[in-house]
Write a protein that binds this ligand. Structure first.
Ligand code: SF4
Length: 325
């Protein structure tokens, strides 16, 4: 049995656990790798498969071609949809262009799509808490565009204008700050007491676990380093959560080359974590850098066990089975 919330002793580096890859990212990356093995290059991928520039770079080197929209994909070609999900309009466009699609949408995002469809069918107007322009939000909103209003932050609640008796529900992006989202919901409920909750949390287990872990290390660290790309919502949230939890400073870096040695001036303890789309070798590079810059001892601080895995997309599994792979 693993002890959780281990008391911290000694080390000058606190390494958050869980950190890095979640089940949805792992599945999406393996999907592209297996598609490349099975069908050969090029395999097209709509948008970044996950929001990490190193992952995208490595897959591109193996023959994945990343496109923004489907009109960049030749008719009849193979295209993978990213972990963030797509709207029904994108599925329709793919069918029109006779593309062979492999849907690597994270099952936890798909769950939110189902909730959006169900609420809309039942006559609710959905207040979707999320970031404007994020691919996941575009995909979810596309499930019921006439029935969804985006709410980006708690202050936005004051701007909403619905009749007293409006049938309202809320959903959220999976990678938000848990605390800020709960504050938005609190304000929504204050204004609209009839607000219907989703059947379960939309902020996913991985986002929640990484925020709990970073809170644990941030309160004991002078500096927190979050490894993750700038377009990774959950990585950017980890910096905010670390600062809110008491870290004196927190920075996000894509990799160790962005580490500014001046950040270590006067620092006794460094917390390290990474977003859900970050391969752990990038974190190990940071630990190696810290070891040569006065911080050789790292203690892992585990706040949750993660064992969730997702099966590969069924359309890919079928072809793998047929090929005996
Ligand atoms: Fe799925 Fe959560 Fe990972 Fe996003 S962060 S891919 S929702 S498990």
């Amino acid at each position: 049995m693993v002890e959780l919330g281990i008391p911290v002793v000694g080390g000058s580096v606190l390494l958050a656990d869980p950190r890095g890859y979640c089940a949805g990212v792992d599945r999406a990356v393996i999907t592209v790798e297996k598609a490349l093995d099975l069908y050969g290059a090029p395999v097209y991928v709509r948008k970044q498969i996950v929001h990490n520039k190193h992952v995208v770079h490595n897959l591109a080197a193996r023959g994945a071609v990343f496109v923004e929209e489907l009109d960049e994909v030749p008719e009849g070609a193979i295209v993978v949809f990213s972990a963030h999900g797509v709207s029904p309009a994108v599925h329709e466009q793919a069918a029109e262009r006779r593309l062979k699609t492999i849907d690597a949408t994270c099952p936890l995002v798909t769950k939110v799509h189902h909730e959006a469809r169900r609420f809309a069918k039942d006559g609710y107007h959905i207040l979707l808490i999320g970031h404007d322009g994020h691919e996941e939000v575009e995909g979810t909103a596309g499930e019921a565009p006439e029935s969804i209003t985006l709410v980006e932050r708690p202050e936005d609640v004051d701007l909403l204008d619905f009749p007293e008796d409006a049938k309202l529900s809320w959903l959220s992006q999976t990678t938000l700050s848990v605390d800020e989202t709960m504050e938005t919901v609190r304000r929504l409920r204050e204004r609209f007491p009839q607000l219907e909750d989703p059947p379960s949390d939309d902020i996913c287990y991985a986002t929640q676990n990484r925020q709990v872990a970073v809170k644990e290390i941030a309160a004991k660290s002078d500096l927190v380093i979050v490894v993750g790309s700038s377009n990774s919502s959950n990585s950017v949230r980890l910096v905010e959560v670390a600062l809110d939890a008491g870290a004196k400073a927190a920075y996000r870096i894509d990799d160790v080359s962005e580490f500014d040695p001046a950040w270590l001036d006067g620092v006794e303890r460094v917390g390290v974590t990474s977003g859900a789309s970050v391969p752990d070798d990038l974190v190990q590079d940071v630990l190696a850098y810290l070891a040569t810059h006065g911080h050789p001892d790292a203690d892992a601080v585990r706040t949750a066990d993660e064992s969730l895995t997702f099966a590969l997309p069924p359309e890919l599994r079928k072809d793998l089975k047929r090929a005996g792979a």
